[in-house]
Design a protein around this ligand. Structure first.
Ligand code: HEM
Length: 370
């Protein structure tokens, strides 16, 4: 067969390598003709997901590369958003695609399910790659039996024909800068009240901003508490206790006294709060959109995980998975994974515009006085 890459008259099928692609649905036996249509359906749906994952990973790396530059120009932020938006739409499509999977009935699945043991979507090294590149830490993962999930995959990879390539995806991703790390680095450098890291008095400026933010937030929350007590929305002591706990948690989190790298993390959290709060400023409009896009991406992934779990519950009930996990119970627990915890947490602390600290250095953020 002629090499499609050198052909003078490219065709649709050569360009897309369709003959080769359509030859890959033979399953374990490598014989598509011998497969029942339900199993062919099962294979094609999974392969379609893996193709989309491949593109999502490529887009995620591009977004990460832009953001990981030592200097991210303003014009670059829209590119980061663009790549992440594509990832979001792919995942959203994946959520819908479970409807196709669900046309398989529980009984028809049982006809071929057992021969899959111990293979499982759990071994989707591309999903792992995606999670790792986003910044999901190994320590955050739910253990699989007593084994860390990635070690479990590594062990399987040692004795399977495709194992070396599968594991290469995971180990390569583990060496790379994650989107979370790149985002934090970028947030860390964000000018807050016109002050940047390295400027004289930067730490004091950041603290002042946070102190004012907390004070004003506290005053507002006090009014909310009084109102709740006034209308009898709960026992006053219990309400007071809840509000006091909220105050303490807000201060701990914003001042970053809950982590070791306090100064750095404080600045990252303050930057996220600052960008969200003053998003109308021309210089902060795209950064705010970027933060929102990252949250949307993670939100879609959580929706994907819970949609997958519901589909699994519908198909196999609460039985043990072919990969050996507790099945739906395990999958539901993975819906608690969060990578961009800072961006989520900021949402509980935002204050309305009239309660925001007065903005210093307006002109710095491109605000033109009329
Ligand atoms: C009949 C359809 C399906 C069933 C019954 C099913 C069942 C399961 C179960 C029980 C698990 C937990 C691990 C285990 O013990 O096996 C799992 C994990 C997984 N499945 Fe599926 N699945 C199905 C379809 C899909 C599809 C179409 C995809 C798309 C790629 C997929 C991707 C995954 C992924 C990525 C995991 C790992 C989740 C994690 O560990 O965070 N599954 N699946």
């Amino acid at each position: 067969m002629s090499d499609p890459t050198t052909s003078d008259t490219p065709t649709y099928w050569d360009y897309l390598r369709l003959p080769q692609l359509l030859d890959l649905q033979g399953g374990l036996e490598g014989d598509e003709g011998a497969l029942e249509s339900d199993e062919l359906h099962f294979i094609i749906v999974h392969q379609a997901y893996e193709l989309w994952f491949k593109l999502a990973i490529r887009e995620l790396r591009l977004a990460r590369d832009h953001l990981a530059r030592p200097m991210v120009d303003e014009q670059v932020v829209p590119h980061v958003v663009h790549h992440l938006r594509r990832v979001i739409e792919i995942i959203r499509l994946g959520v819908d695609q479970f409807r196709v999977m669900e046309t398989l009935t529980p009984l028809d699945f049982l006809d071929f399910r057992d021969k899959l043991i111990p293979s499982s979507g759990f071994q989707s090294f591309q999903m792992r790659e995606l999670e790792i590149l986003l910044g999901l830490e190994e320590s955050q993962r739910i253990t699989y039996g007593k084994i860390q999930p990635l070690n479990h995959i590594k062990k399987l990879a040692e004795s399977s024909p495709g194992g070396a390539k599968a594991w290469a995806h995971i180990s390569r991703a583990r060496e790379e800068t994650t989107l979370r790390a790149a985002l934090h680095e970028w947030l860390y450098r964000t000018p807050i009240q016109g002050s940047s890291p390295g400027d004289a008095g930067d730490d004091a400026a950041v603290r002042r901003f946070l102190d004012t933010y907390l004070e004003r937030g506290q005053a507002r929350r006090k009014i909310q508490l009084d109102r709740l007590i006034e209308v009898g929305a709960g026992k006053p002591d219990a309400l007071r206790e809840r509000f006091e706990a909220t105050e303490a948690a807000a201060r701990t989190w914003l001042m970053a006294t809950d982590v070791e790298d306090t100064d750095r993390v404080r600045r990252i959290r303050a930057a996220a709060l600052f960008i969200e709060s003053y998003r109308e400023l021309p210089l902060l409009a795209w950064p705010r959109l970027l933060l929102d896009t990252v949250v949307e991406l993670e939100e879609q992934l959580v929706i994907w995980r819970s949609r997958h779990a519901r589909m699994v519950e519908r198909l196999i009930g609460r039985r043990v998975g072919t990969g050996g996990s507790s099945g739906v119970d395990y999958l539901d627990r993975t819906t608690k994974y969060r990578v961009f915890t800072e961006l989520w947490a900021v949402r509980s602390l935002l204050s309305p515009r009239e309660a925001l600290p007065t903005l210093a250095s307006r002109e710095f953020y491109g605000f033109k006085e009329s």
